[in-house]
Design a protein around this ligand. Structure first.
Ligand SMILES: *[C@@H]1O[C@H](CO)[C@@H](O)[C@H](O)[C@H]1NC(C)=O
Ligand SMILES: *[C@@H]1O[C@H](CO)[C@@H](O)[C@H](O)[C@H]1NC(C)=O
Ligand SMILES: *[C@@H]1O[C@H](CO)[C@@H](O)[C@H](O)[C@H]1NC(C)=O
Length: 243
């Protein structure tokens, strides 16, 4: 029933792009016709890993090959596709066709996601230079990073995973005489209303590692000193005995 009508429309009267926040509940509208006028709705959905469709007509017949929580919903004034808890799996091309009394609509919507990166900042040693690092992991689109000081001596690296998420990392080499206390980086992303500011510090694990190294060195020195002490003592004793 539904599939035959899918071929009626050779073009899409409306093509638009939309981006939705990770975790949001999305309603996609296909036509501005009143619910009472709509006779038939079909959504053909092209996702990264599957193609599926959801349709409904006035006789109460419906089909859903998506089976992932998407559903057609009706209000007195509209018919729309509801996508709960929007995620990267819902990114794709959504084509819909509506037949109503007196006409038809066909829309094509390129659907993207806006997802926030996870952010971190730290200090590390590179040779004898102190380097501040600011990182925004797996955001979509890519986050932007800026520094409170010395912006022009920072280097930026961006890479993207196969799933389209971006990781951005900025390295800032600090001059020898600079106190890193006042240095901060600012990360901006469309998911956040406000920018986020981080102060890079030596991280606990790096600190622990350094402490552990120092401990091991101290223990080794102590053991060596002990061996030397006893060896000397023994030498002295045997030397005496030998005389
Ligand atoms: C939304 O999806 C994420 C994982 O995709 C899950 O962890 C979370 O609990 C879901 N939220 C709701 C309200 O269903
Ligand atoms: C960065 O800019 C400052 C002035 O704004 C300038 O003094 C400095 O030489 C610049 N450093 C580099 C590496 O371009
Ligand atoms: C750091 O900031 C404080 C005030 O916030 C200022 O008094 C101090 O001079 C700054 N230090 C450096 C190294 O910029």
């Amino acid at each position: 029933m539904c599939k035959n009508k899918a071929t009626i429309f050779a073009f899409f009267s409306v093509v638009r792009n939309a981006s939705f926040y990770l975790g949001s509940n999305v309603n996609l509208i296909c036509s501005n016709e009143l619910r009472s006028e709509v006779m038939y709705v079909l959504w053909n959905i092209d996702l990264k890993y599957k193609r599926c469709s959801i349709a409904h007509n006035n006789d109460g017949q419906s089909e859903d090959s998506c089976n992932d929580g998407k559903s057609l919903r009706y209000t007195p004034t509209a018919v729309y596709l509801h996508i709960p808890n929007f995620s990267n799996d819902d990114v794709g091309v959504y084509r819909c066709e509506t037949v109503y009394r007196g006409g038809a609509d066909a829309h094509m919507i390129n659907v993207e996601i806006t997802a926030p990166p996870s952010i971190s900042a730290w200090l590390e040693w590179k040779g004898n230079k102190m380097v501040a690092v600011c990182k925004a992991e797996r955001g979509k689109p890519a986050a932007s990073i800026s520094w409170s000081h010395l912006e022009n001596s920072s280097s930026l690296e961006t890479w993207s995973g196969s799933d389209g998420f971006f990781t951005v990392e900025s390295h800032l080499e600090l001059p020898e005489n600079m106190d890193p206390k006042n240095l901060s980086c600012t990360v901006r992303h469309p998911y956040w209303e406000e920018e986020k500011t981080l102060v890079p510090k030596f991280t606990a694990t790096r600190l622990h590692f350094t402490m552990m190294c120092i401990c091991i060195v101290v223990i080794i020195i102590a053991v060596l000193a002990g061996i030397l002490f006893f060896a000397k003592k023994k030498l002295r004793c045997c030397g005496v005995a030998g005389r």
